[in-house]
Design a protein around this ligand. Structure first.
Ligand code: DQA
Length: 141
């Protein structure tokens, strides 16, 4: 099974970015740990991070031919991007949205997710563990 881990804007700054909210682990370390854990269960992961909406859109479009599912943290695009929401709805593979922080417990404008409306599910507030839970959700029983 092959899953794409897609990361949106500012997630390249994990570790140094508001560590009280997003933790002190870098994106590189998060990805390495996730890859090692997934390999133990015969799941292959590919990683892509972009600060550009267009690149995230193109990545979603092409993923449908190469992956069986996507774990997506759209960063701040979560709260505004109808284009990303439509791309998720347009592809035939399941997408699980992940947020490191608990978006429901934060600023009022951060509580709603435009993109999650098109996803199979959303995991929020579990930190880096949320990515593992999302991979397991895609793997199924
Ligand atoms: C985030 C939550 C978003 O509101 C924020 O803009 C991010 C990170 C999270 O993982 O908690 O960039 O997606």
């Amino acid at each position: 099974m092959k899953i794409l881990i897609l990361q949106g804007p500012n997630l390249n700054l994990l570790g140094s970015r508001e560590p009280d909210i997003y933790g002190s682990e870098s994106l590189e370390s998060l990805e390495r740990n996730l890859r090692e854990w997934a390999a133990e269960q015969s799941i292959e992961l590919e990683f892509f991070q972009s600060n550009r909406e267009a690149e995230l859109l193109e990545s979603l479009h092409s993923a449908k031919d190469n992956f069986e599912g996507i774990v997506f943290n759209p960063g701040a695009f979560t709260h505004s991007s109808i284009a990303l929401r439509d791309a998720i709805a347009a592809i035939s593979i399941p997408v699980v949205e992940v947020h490191l922080s608990e978006i429901q417990g934060r600023e009022s404008w951060r509580r709603s997710s435009v993109t999650a409306q098109a996803c199979s599910g959303m995991i929020s507030g579990m930190g880096a563990r949320g990515y593992r839970l999302a991979v397991l959700a895609l793997k199924g029983p």
